[in-house]
Design a protein. Sequence first.
Length: 422
Amino acid sequence: MRILAINPWIVDFAAYDFWLKPYGFLVLLTYLKQKNIEIDYIDCLDKKIKKDNLGRGKYYWQIIPKPEILKDIPRKFKRYGISIEEFKLKIKDKKPDLILITSSMTYWYLGIKEVEKILKENFNSLPKILGGVYPMLVPEHAKKTFPSFYIFSSSLEKFFSFLNIPFDNYQFYTTLPAYENFYNNLDYVVLRTSWGCPFNCSFCAIKKLFPSFLRLPKKKTVDFILKYYQKGIKNFVLYDDAFLYPQEEAKELLKEIKKLNLDVKIHTPNALHLRFLDQELAYLLKECGFFNPHFGLETLNPTLQKKWGDKVNKEELIRSIKYLKKAGFKEGEFSVYLLLGFPQQDLEELKKDIEFLHHQGVKVSLAEYSPTPGTKLFENYRKELEEPLLHNNSIFYFFNKKLKEIFEIKNFTRQLNKKFYQ
Ligand code: SF4
């Protein structure tokens, strides 16, 4: 069997390659390849015009018409990644038996529409399967919007039995992507050493996407890092949602990575848990090359902390800052995420929290809030946000009356963070 596998374009007001790879899709394709399935892979995002020394970068983009529902947003709407012509050229000589399309954010589904249109012209009679986060979170919308696609929104067992390929859950989730089969050039590699998270925060859809928790065998992770280091990769990006959990297993893994003694940078865009950090772990993070480690905080308001999932409190934050500094992370060399723009947010309180964190030597990364389908907080918006384009975190706060204050907070945070480099 020969499969054409496609990671569609992002269509949005803004997009940047903050180490963005369709990780689950690459695991799936690697697994299929191990079962002797032939794969032709197209990543529509594989075109950048500028890169930084950490592997991140600006995508090539083209302005496209704004959807009617977003017409009042005073920003340009763009398609990010390769051009339509480049895509057509890539599929020109392909002779697949089946087409797989993945997806990510629900509000990027118009990128899949572009793919659908071209596939109709070229492979109209072939079966096409759409999977990934979008149909898992809003299956009914996906079915309605893509009637010619088979929508895969449930268990992997069903998907594999549809393809008539044997499936082993453990083998699947302990597979790490074989990037060399899918990319000619790599600026970084993404990996997971675990799947899932022990918490269940009310703004996060993790339980819907991966309800249980599983850690990969240490040897797999260590071999993977070594393999790509030997291929010249210096930036490794952890997609784990709970890398430090359980602590003892995280320590064992980090000790193995430390033994490799590699000159690498390890990034944690999905955040680490402050609650699980102790002094030994802080030393290990420093010694293994964790670069500007990010931690999930979201808010310093104790009532909201409890209400949203009770994953951290101020005491744990202060304790962790001490551990990190003692381990050798200087002021401004570690960050916390704070949520910005959620309804009824007290922006004065947020500003004070940002100041407090700055004085503790912590860099603040503001994560723009938007309600994610499948989360408790989304329930309050179910009716208003039926259209996935409105789930977009770069526009959610445009509906917020405190637009000016939100821009001021962003600017204020930027200025404070800059001070760490002066
Ligand atoms: S701790 Fe992070 S990954 Fe886990 S449920 Fe909360 S937000 Fe999601």
